[in-house]
Write a protein that binds this ligand. Structure first.
Ligand code: NDP
Ligand code: MG
Length: 380
């Protein structure tokens, strides 16, 4: 029987790759809703192409011209569309904090969640995991590293000694600090191996993406024993080390459609999703320790991983603001991590509460305000 799927963030990089998977496996899936933030034209075009009647726009309140669609609006709209369509699995592939709302609604209804949106776990991990523990929903990661670890760990969670996340090293892997100080937006957007949205591509250049993934891994797999290894070819999507010292790797050419397909079909596996990966074609693979001096995001990330509480929420919010200031050309590349560090120091003095969604949303808001202020001071 076809699995009913809803996609939050269908117009983005992950969303369109998910649609690609669904169009290739039409008999396995039935699309029941699609959402976007504001790009109504593309959303309607996709909905027509995939014969989906229910769509939502999370960033708009109302709209003229429904063109025969059943349209939901705003944050509430994302919750309502999940409730009204009751899919078997919701793929949450929007960017931004708003991803947490359809995730919590799906968990409340016992619906599985295929999670690409990083903010959901990084900023609201304790709230999401608490809700998940009392639900029949399964949370299946889409991020390539976490999908790899999730698959490697099946049946062996009790044997895990350590997770080893791979990182491509981004476009500045071999750049000096002096060169990075002058890096342009164009330089930062040239990712060597993955094609992704703009914000996450900048995060890959600072290695902040890997730091967000540390926090995601903590919530998904319940351990702080996580190393990061630079692997420029992005063939190994991550390793786990078992208690006897055995290392297991998950490999393949970089292609997000593979983890997306696995998350959508879980616990089944589709046939022939990746038809090109073979060790004959991989060439040489390199692995080395990251340089913490040139990539200060890493020390910051391990500090945040040790602290947890409100720290990841603050880090994520400050980073998002700093990245958007960098993309607007207002601050330099190295300022991004500096602003995140400074925002955390300022918030530490306020020791905010962090146990509910509302409190975490307040931490997020306050951190954004501080980061924006710091960015504006730098851009003067
Ligand atoms: P894109 O920028 O390509 O797409 C973002 C999607 O979210 C679009 O549908 C967009 O709608 C919507 N959106 C944009 N802004 C907002 C907002 N403020 N609130 C809610 N929705 C919004 O992003 P990606 O597909 O690259 O990434 C999506 C998520 O998946 C991110 O959290 C990212 O970290 C994560 N991820 C991405 C990977 C990748 O390979 N791209 C890998 C692993 C994780 P509209 O078109 O209307 O603007
Ligand atoms: Mg990743």
């Amino acid at each position: 029987m076809a699995k009913k799927v809803g996609i939050v963030g269908a117009t983005g990089s992950i969303g369109t790759q998910a649609l690609d998977v669904i169009s290739k496996y039409r008999d396995s899936f039935q699309l029941v809703f699609l959402t976007a933030h504001t790009n109504v034209r593309k959303l309607k075009e996709l909905a027509r192409r995939f014969s989906v009647e229910r769509i939502a726009l999370s960033g708009t309140d109302e709209l003229e011209g429904k063109d025969g669609f059943d349209i939901y609006f705003g944050r509430k709209g994302l919750e309502e569309i999940v409730e009204d369509t009751k899919p078997d699995v919701v793929l949450v592939a929007s960017s931004g904090n708003i991803g947490v709302f359809p995730v919590l609604k799906a968990i409340e209804l016992g619906i599985d969640v295929a999670l690409a949106n990083k903010e959901t776990l990084v900023s609201f991990g304790n709230v999401v995991m608490k809700k998940l523990s009392g639900s029949t929903s399964r949370l299946i990661p889409v991020d390539s590293e976490h999908s790899a670890i999730f698959q490697l760990l099946e049946g062996r969670r009790h044997e895990l000694e350590r997770i080893i996340l791979t990182a491509s090293g981004g476009p500045f892997r071999n750049w000096s600090l002096e060169q990075m100080e002058k890096a342009t937006v164009e330089d930062a957007l040239k990712h060597p191996t993955w094609k992704m949205g703009r914000k996450i591509t900048v995060d890959s250049a600072t290695l902040m993406n890997k730091v967000l993934e540390l926090v995601e891994a903590y919530w998904l797999f319940g351990t702080r024993s996580i190393d990061i290894v630079i692997h420029p070819q992005s063939i190994v999507h991550s390793f786990i080390r078992l208690k006897d010292g055995s290392l297991l790797a998950h490999m393949g050419f970089p292609d997000m459609r593979v983890p997306i397909a696995y998350a959508l079909s879980y616990p089944e596996r589709l046939e022939g999703v990746d038809q090109v990966s073979h060790p004959y074609r991989f060439g040489s693979l390199e692995f080395y320790e990251p340089d913490r001096k040139r990539f200060p995001a890493l020390d910051l990330g391990y500090f945040v991983l040790k602290k947890m509480q409100w720290y990841p929420t603050c880090m994520n919010a400050a980073n998002e603001e700093a990245v958007s200031m960098f993309l607007e050309g207002r601050i330099g590349f190295l300022d991004i991590v500096r602003i995140v560090e400074q925002t955390i120091s300022i918030m530490e003095k306020r020791s905010p509460s962090y146990s509910t969604l509302e409190e975490l949303l307040r931490v997020d808001e306050e951190s954004r305000r501080i980061a924006r202020q710091l960015s504006l001071e730098k851009s003067k």
